[in-house]
Design a protein around this ligand. Structure first.
Ligand code: FES
Length: 106
């Protein structure tokens, strides 16, 4: 599976990811800028905030209550496309997913 992270500058980074790996983990492991993942994926820091491109948003499960709460604490503005990267797991349905990295995380 692949995930593409688009930086605020427009520069894309496409990384391969094993099914079940979170987008946060995929970004951190591959040195993608702008995804911090301070809490290690516990939905407790919001530094893995991403904007999921609308064409993929429908394939995502609804945010859990924990994710929902943390999305109100993002540094960059929350939009209807905002999700926590640590709560999105790569899978066949999401192959090729494209997300925008916010301009700031902390
Ligand atoms: Fe902390 Fe996602 S890594 S909320």
């Amino acid at each position: 599976n692949t995930v593409t992270f688009i930086q605020p500058s427009g520069a894309p980074a496409t990384v391969s990811v094993e099914p079940g790996t979170s987008l946060m983990r995929a970004a951190v492991t591959n040195g993608v800028d702008g995804i911090v993942g301070e809490c290690g994926g516990q939905a407790m820091c919001a530094t893995c905030h991403v904007y999921v491109r609308p064409e993929f948003a429908a394939a995502l499960p609804e945010p859990s209550d924990d994710e929902e709460e943390m999305l109100d604490c993002t540094t960059a503005e929350r939009t209807e496309l905002s999700r926590l990267g640590c709560q999105i797991k790569a899978c066949a349905e999401l192959d090729g997913i494209v997300v925008d990295v916010p301009s700031e995380q902390v």
